[in-house]
Every structure is written in structure tokens, then in C-alpha cells.
Design a protein around this ligand. Structure first.
Ligand SMILES: [Zn+2]
Ligand SMILES: [Zn+2]
Length: 877
């Protein structure tokens, strides 16, 4: 039945062996006919490597999934990866440039896309291998990729449907543009950082020669595209200018001066240049005021024909040349340099991003957002913690239309076709002729879709939509989404819109939002700060179980998650502790098959106590996980296992195991039961070590599908808990006395305990030998102090006074000082409580039991002071 365990725990051998056994067994796939439970994994980028954020995210999901599986749910955790348009395209472009010195343009679109697929075959599996190291119990047989044929079909159908419903349109808008990647970027793909620039104040002469209006800019070259000047309508300095015009220097264009509330009168001169083609706010001002947009930049950020004699210059070159020209015209009022300001950079190539007016495809958001807002208001999707509902709603209520086209080659190509006559239409299958005129001269839109377009469909595309598969019927809506708060806006909101629109129901019932992993000081982790941690290195060093346990117990609901390597080391020690307890239990079973039921009448007080504490722990842990508070569950489990089970009960049991007969069997049954239950409760947190130990303890094939523990009210025993607290208090006091006085380990001092008449005397009597052994004491007797003679110490514990003869044991002056210190501390406490009780407001407003508690505390402290004073007198002999 049970097997021999090696002396020390070696996570490496064990973790790798167990994972491949699990994977081979097919147990990650849903089984049975229980209620369905499903999580779809937020797909990591196919270029990705596992970072601490994934490690946290996946540990949370795996813990939730493993508990549900043990509870008998038909549990599916569906994995997959994202094609990650721009990220992957750049990785492959760089590789080709390095190895062959070629650009993607030189290869051509078809060949380049073939190379990306080739790269994906070869290197795209890194992150899925790393997920196995972490222990993710995902169903690999259902693994998906956003560019799989079935998922691409789903993407295309969604596009065509939205297009035909009039919810996708072509628009000329300001987008973030990377001049190097030559594509539109979403806000999340733009990183803002401070740069040293310049702020140039320019005088624009008024057309009627009545002076100037001054504007300021950090990008002087964009003035070539100015089509207006704007001021705030409430700004009295400029009221007389509104409606007049100015002459744009160099260009000579006459531009109107308009009023707009968006202008901040406190910034610069209070007047701003309006460059609709190169600034998002200016674009909106221009729309309101009816101003034209003049685009002066080519896609590569060189000046185009609208820039006159600057045409062909790079933007930075033009910045210098335009400034030089303005200076020579005497139009520069002031130059501020250096001027530190934040500039957006391309996340992938770090080039400065240009806000740029271009033709793009957009999704009309308002009709999609409305039902997605209602769904959350009505509680059909529940945010955990609740406060993230606000973040979601704020975002949804202020959403602009979504720019979905990207000027990339890697991704889902936009299925819009245009014939020679200019008829445009979207098609589910590649058409051979124009639907309107029959022309066979068709061209497909060259752009691809934003990566987030396909991830928005992930909860149903992965389950087989648009086919009505069994999986789709069984698992949609999915049970829970687990993700960081940073992508509520980009991902969560879009899944909600698409899920409701195409499936008629929300994509997930619960959205569990967690924080970001930080260092132990709370600082963001990053390579440049030098505080980044690599989860794989940590797994190598301490094992996946230790890393998972630290992440989970640090992940306080919804808050950021501080991590220190020391804590992971501590959880490696915890795994070792579990290992050692298990070895102890196995060694002492000696083939006993005693069960809890067969031995229940022979249980000792300690047996009843640990079973009662276990029962409370089972209930509390279960409740915490149910409400997604995995940190609290992990902390309680760790505390129970280490302190109550290992440090107290296991030590305590050593006495019974030396005893005889039925009592010994009862203790064995309790040890086996508590250990088995603890291993099952810990399995979702530390899957590997618990699997290895549970197999050794029980001989079952796997812990993964054993039933999740449930509370058993029959094991609750309040009396045993009270009595053991009293006895443990006694042991604790004796141990503390040793430690406080640095009494040698080998010393075996004597003592006797004088009990208050609380009914506990009989209990202590029966446990006296155990107390003596656990505290490492010599003679321990019950009775009064009469006749001891000489100086002695008093230990005051609730319900008893322990007398310890001091001759030859310790220095009397030190002991005097110690007692005095304890008395002072208690006196301060008494004074505090008295102040509280003298406060009429407190006494009348606080709940009665709180006031009562304070009164009890006061009399308890006063009694203790009295006894400590007696102890002081005892020292005099
Ligand atoms: Zn770029
Ligand atoms: Zn046509």
C-alpha cells in the first residue's frame, strides 16, 4: 500500500516525472457527467516566454481548476496562444535581417508569411513548454492558436457579419502610427517616456496686420499642416480675436482663429495651433469647427508634397530646417530648451510614434457597448473584487470607435474586396467575381486585423463557434475569467461585447481580476530596475510548488502582489516540512490499517483537538477559495500544517506512538487522516509534492481526482480545543522561560504547577507527562508551593501559576528585572483600558460585548499584576 520515501525531497526529478505522467494519463481533459466548469486561458503571445505575470495568472487558474476537478465538476481549462501580429512580425523580420540581410519587402508578402509560420513551428512552443514546468493542468488536446483554420474562420465570420450590419466602416481618423513598422498601433502598443526636446513659441501675424497671436509646439515641422488657431471662449484676452484670421508663416495660408472649450487657457499663451492631421485633440477641434486637415507626413515620417520645399526631408531634419526658416523670418518669439516632455514610442521597435491621420477600418462601438454595460449592471457577469466593475463601466461608457486595421502582413487579412469599378464588399469565402457587377478584377484589402480582434472572440471561437459543437453548448458561457487589471479595457471589455453580440450571452460568469507582481518593496519589476525575476530560474532553484505557493499566498484579493526570493525559499522549506511529516507518518504506520471510524472511542484529547482544528480549516479554506480569496486559503493552510499539525500534533503523537494498543492505532488513524486531508487541500496550490506524497501515503494512482475534502461537523470538539489551548499554553510558558533565560538545552529544571480552581486541574494532571517532555523539563509536579523554600520564579499563565526553584538555575537580578518589565507592560495596558472605560462615548457607543471584553481584560491584567508582584516577593526566598 504505502511506499518508502527518499530522505530528502528533490523537486526536479519529481516535478518533471509527475507532469509527464499526468499529461499521458489524459486526466487534464474533462471527464464524468458533473456540472461543467470552464476557464479559457488568456492566450499568451506565441513569441512569449513565461514571466512572473503569467506565473501568477496561471497559478491562480490552476488552483481554481484543480479544486473543481476534485469536486467532481466536468472541468475544462482550455489553453492556446495568440499570433500577436506586430510582435511576431518584428521578431521574424529581425531574424531574417540578421541571417540573410533581407527585408520583408525584399522577400515579398507570401514568402514572408510562410517564414512566420515556419518560425512558429520551430520556436512558437517555448511558452507552452514552460507552462508544463509550472504544472498547468490544461487540456492540451484542445490547444488552440488564433490563426488555426477554425479560429480564422470565426474571425472572418465576425468581420463579415459586423460589416453587413453596418458596424464596421472605413474612416479617416487620427491613429498612433509607427513610421518604422509602418502600421497603426493600439494605445497598449505605445509606451510613453520622457524625452529632452524643445518648446518653440511662434508668432503668427494676424491677417489685418493688427499684431500677432503666439502659439507653442514641440514638433515645429507640424506647423506646415496647421489649419487654424484655437482659444478658449472664456479667455477674455482673446475674445476679440475669435472669428478673425492669421497668416501661417512660411506657408502663407490664411487660417481662422476659433473658440473651443478644449483649449486650456493656462497652457502657454492660451492660444494653440490646430494641426488636425497630426494631433488627436486638434483633430476633434477641427471636426467641431469645420477646419480642413492637411497631412504633411508620408508613412515613413518624411515630409510629403504638402510640405512644399521641405518635401522629402525626414521629420527631425525638417524640425531643424523649419525652425531655421522661422528664425530668419523673425517669427520665433522664444525657444525653451531642454524641454522635458512625454512622447509615445512603439512598444516593439522604440521608434517615436506619430499621431497620424489615415484611412482605417473601425468598429462602431456604441451599439455593442450598450448591452455589455447592461450585462454587468444586471450582475450577469460579476467582477471579483467588485471595485473593478467601476473601471470596466467607466471605460465602456467613454469608448471611442475601435480602429481594427493594421498595416502588417502577419495576421487575419481583412476580407474586404473591391472590384475595378470600386464596388466594395466583405466575403466569408474568397470571391471570384464582384457581387454587384460581376467583374472578376478583384483586389483584397492589404491590411490585417488588430490582434485583439481575434482575442475578443477567444471564449467562443476556441469552443468551436460558428459550428454548434458539443463543447460550445456545454461550456459557454465559461465559468470564470482570470486576468490582470491591466487588460480590463483592451480585452475584457471586447470579449464582453463580442460574446453578447454573437452568442447572445456573456462570455464568463465571473471576472476575477488580480494585481501585478512586484518586488517586495512594492516596486514594479523590470529589467532596467534590475529587480526582475525569472520564474523558470526560480523553479530550477526551489521547485514549481514553492514558487506557486509564494505567489498565491501573496496575492491578496485584487491588490498588487509583492514577491521576495526569500519567501520562495521559505515555501521550499514548507514543501520539505510536508515531506518530513509524511516520512514520519509513513514510518510509524507499521502496516496499520486503522481508520478514523474503527478507532473513534480511543481518541486522546490531542487527537480530538487536531481533528476539530482540521475540520475548521477545511471549512474556512473551502469558503475562501469559493470566493476567489486564494491568498487567505493558502495562508490558513500553511499555518495549520506547519504550526498546529507539524509543530504540535506530530510532536504530541510521539508519546502515543510509544504507547500501546488501541490508543496507538487511533493516533495512527488520525495522523493518516489529517495528513491525507492536508495534502488534498494543498494540492491546488502545490500540485507536485502533494501528488508524490499522497501516492506514497495511500497507494492511489493520483491525487488529482480524489474527492475534495468537506467539513464534517462530527469532528468538531470545542472542549478538546479549550483544553488543549490550556495545555499548550503551559508548554509555551515553560519553553519561553527557557528561551528568555537562555537556560542550557541539556538542563532539566524542576517545577510545580499550582492550579486555579477552573476544572482544568484534572486535565493537566492527565497531560502532565507530555507537557514535561515537550517542554524539556525535569520533574513537573502539581500542588501548592508549601515547603519549596528558597528563591523561585513564578510563571503566570491563564488558569495556573508555575513555580520554578531558581537555585543554580539563573541569576536573580536578571529575573527581578524581567518581572519588573512584565509588570510595567501590564500596568500600561491597564491604564489604557481604564481610559477607554472612562470614556462615556466609548461605553455608550461600542457594542456591549466589546465593552464587556474590555472589562474582562482589565480584571485579567490586574490579577496577573498581582501574581507577578508575588513572584517578585518569592525571589527574596
Ligand atoms: Zn515600430
Ligand atoms: Zn463591381
Amino acid at each position: 500500500m504505502s511506499q518508502e520515501l527518499p530522505k530528502a525531497y528533490d523537486p526536479h526529478g519529481v516535478e518533471e516525472r509527475i507532469y509527464s505522467e499526468w499529461e499521458r494519463s489524459g486526466l487534464f481533459a474533462p471527464a464524468g457527467d458533473g456540472e461543467p466548469f470552464c476557464i479559457v486561458l488568456p492566450p499568451p503571445n506565441v513569441t512569449g516566454i513565461l514571466h512572473m505575470g503569467h506565473a501568477l495568472d496561471h497559478s491562480i487558474m490552476d488552483a481554481i481548476i484543480r479544486r473543481r476537478r476534485m469536486q467532481g465538476y466536468r472541468t475544462l481549462w482550455l489553453p492556446g496562444t495568440d499570433h500577436a501580429g506586430i510582435a511576431t512580425q518584428n521578431v521574424v523580420e529581425r531574424e531574417i535581417a540578421k541571417n540573410e540581410g533581407k527585408t520583408r519587402q525584399e522577400l515579398g508578402r507570401e514568402e514572408f508569411v510562410r517564414r512566420v509560420w515556419e518560425w512558429r513551428e520551430k520556436s512558437g512552443g517555448t511558452i507552452t513548454k514552460q507552462m508544463r514546468r509550472l504544472g498547468d493542468s490544461v487540456d492540451w488536446s484542445r490547444e488552440r492558436f488564433t490563426m488555426d483554420p477554425e479560429l480564422s474562420r470565426a474571425v472572418r465570420k465576425v468581420f463579415v457579419d459586423l460589416y453587413d450590419e453596418g458596424l464596421i466602416y472605413r474612416g479617416n481618423r487620427i491613429i498612433n502610427w509607427c513610421p518604422r513598422c509602418q502600421t497603426a498601433l493600439s494605445d497598449i502598443e505605445v509606451e510613453h517616456s520622457d524625452v529632452e526636446g524643445e518648446l518653440i513659441h511662434i508668432n503668427y501675424p494676424l491677417s489685418d496686420h493688427d499684431g500677432f497671436v503666439t502659439v507653442a509646439t514641440t514638433r515645429v515641422e507640424t506647423m506646415l499642416g496647421d489649419t487654424g488657431v484655437a482659444v478658449n471662449p472664456t479667455d477674455v484676452r482673446y475674445q476679440k480675436l475669435v472669428g478673425r484670421t492669421a497668416i501661417l508663416p512660411i506657408v502663407g495660408r490664411e487660417i481662422p482663429i476659433v473658440a473651443d472649450m478644449a483649449v486650456d487657457p493656462a497652457f502657454g499663451s492660451g492660444a494653440v495651433k490646430v494641426t488636425p492631421a497630426h494631433d488627436a485633440n486638434d483633430f476633434e477641434i477641427a471636426q467641431r469647427a469645420g477646419l480642413d486637415a492637411v497631412n504633411v507626413l508620408n508613412p515613413d515620417a518624411t515630409i510629403n508634397a504638402n510640405g512644399g520645399k521641405f518635401e522629402g526631408m525626414d521629420r527631425y531634419e525638417a524640425r531643424k530646417a523649419v525652425l531655421e526658416e522661422l528664425r530668419s523670418l523673425g517669427a520665433v518669439k522664444k525657444e525653451e530648451r531642454p524641454y522635458i516632455h512625454a512622447v509615445g514610442h512603439c512598444q516593439r521597435c522604440h521608434t517615436e510614434v506619430e499621431p497620424w491621420l489615415s484611412d482605417q477600418w473601425f468598429v462602431k462601438i456604441e451599439p455593442l457597448a450598450r448591452p455589455a454595460i447592461e450585462a454587468v449592471r444586471e450582475g450577469r457577469t460579476r467582477f471579483v473584487p467588485r471595485r473593478y466593475e467601476r473601471v470596466y463601466l467607466n471605460w465602456m461608457e467613454n469608448l471611442r470607435d475601435w480602429c481594427i486595421s493594421r498595416q502588417l502582413w502577419w495576421g487575419h487579412r481583412i476580407p474586404v474586396f473591391t472590384c475595378a469599378d470600386g464596388h466594395g464588399f466583405a466575403a466569408l469565402d474568397d470571391p471570384s467575381s464582384c457581387a454587384e457587377c460581376g467583374s472578376t478584377e478583384l483586389a483584397q484589402d492589404p491590411d490585417v486585423l488588430d490582434t485583439w480582434f481575434s482575442s475578443a472572440l477567444w471564449p467562443f471561437s476556441t469552443l468551436g463557434w460558428p459550428e454548434e459543437t458539443d463543447d460550445l453548448k456545454t461550456y459557454y458561457p465559461t465559468s470564470a475569467l482570470v486576468t490582470g487589471y491591466d487588460i480590463i479595457t483592451f480585452w475584457v471589455s471586447r470579449m464582453m461585447m463580442m460574446g453578447i453580440h454573437f452568442m447572445g450571452d456573456v462570455p464568463f460568469r465571473d471576472a476575477h481580476i488580480h494585481g501585478m507582481v512586484r518586488d517586495f518593496r512594492g516596486k514594479k519589476m523590470s529589467k532596467s530596475f534590475g529587480n526582475a525575476m525569472d520564474p523558470l530560474e526560480l523553479i530550477d532553484r526551489y521547485g514549481a510548488d514553492a514558487l506557486r505557493m509564494t505567489l498565491l499566498r501573496s496575492a491578496t484579493l485584487g491588490s498588487d502582489v509583492p514577491i521576495a526570493e526569500k519567501w520562495i525559499e521559505g515555501d521550499r522549506n514548507f514543501a520539505n516540512k510536508l515531506w518530513n511529516i509524511s516520512r514520519f507518518v509513513l514510518m510509524n504506520l507499521e502496516g496499520s490499517t486503522a481508520t478514523l471510524d474503527s478507532t473513534d472511542m480511543y481518541r486522546s484529547r490531542a487527537d480530538r483537538w487536531i481533528l476539530s482544528r482540521l475540520d475548521a480549516t477545511v471549512a474556512a479554506v473551502d469558503e475562501a477559495i469559493e470566493s476567489y480569496d486564494l491568498a487567505r486559503a493558502a495562508q490558513m493552510l500553511r499555518q495549520f500544517t506547519w504550526s498546529e499539525f507539524a509543530d504540535w500534533y506530530v510532536e504530541w503523537s510521539k508519546g502515543s506512538l510509544h504507547g500501546a494498543g488501541e490508543f496507538k492505532d487511533a493516533t495512527r488513524a488520525v495522523l493518516t487522516h489529517v495528513l491525507g486531508t492536508v495534502l488534498r487541500l494543498l494540492h491546488p496550490f502545490m500540485p507536485f509534492v502533494t501528488e508524490e506524497l499522497y501516492r506514497a501515503l495511500t497507494g492511489v494512482e493520483t491525487i488529482m481526482t480524489t474527492p475534495w475534502p468537506r467539513p464534517d461537523p462530527g469532528l468538531q470538539d470545542r472542549d478538546a480545543e479549550t483544553e488543549m489551548e490550556f495545555v499548550m499554553g503551559m508548554v509555551g510558558a515553560l519553553r519561553r522561560f527557557r528561551a528568555d533565560h537562555k537556560i542550557a538545552h541539556s538542563a532539566r529544571p524542576d517545577a510545580h504547577a499550582e492550579l486555579e480552581d477552573t476544572g482544568l486541574a484534572a486535565i493537566l494532571e492527565s497531560e502532565l507527562e507530555r507537557v514535561r517532555v515537550l517542554a524539556g523539563w525535569g520533574e513537573l509536579a502539581l500542588g501548592s508551593t508549601n515547603g519549596h523554600g528558597g528563591a523561585h520564579a513564578r510563571l503566570v499563565v491563564p488558569g495556573a501559576v508555575i513555580h520554578i526553584p531558581l537555585a543554580g538555575l539563573l541569576d536573580l537580578d536578571d529575573e527581578r528585572a524581567r518581572l519588573q518589565k512584565e509588570i510595567s507592560a501590564l500596568e500600561a495596558d491597564v491604564a489604557g483600558v481604564e481610559r477607554k472605560l472612562a470614556n462615556r462615548q466609548f461605553v455608550s457607543k461600542a457594542p456591549e460585548e466589546v465593552v464587556e471584553q474590555q472589562r474582562e481584560r482589565l480584571s485579567e491584567s490586574e490579577r496577573s499584576i498581582e501574581r507577578l508582584r508575588e513572584a517578585l516577593r518569592d525571589l527574596e526566598g
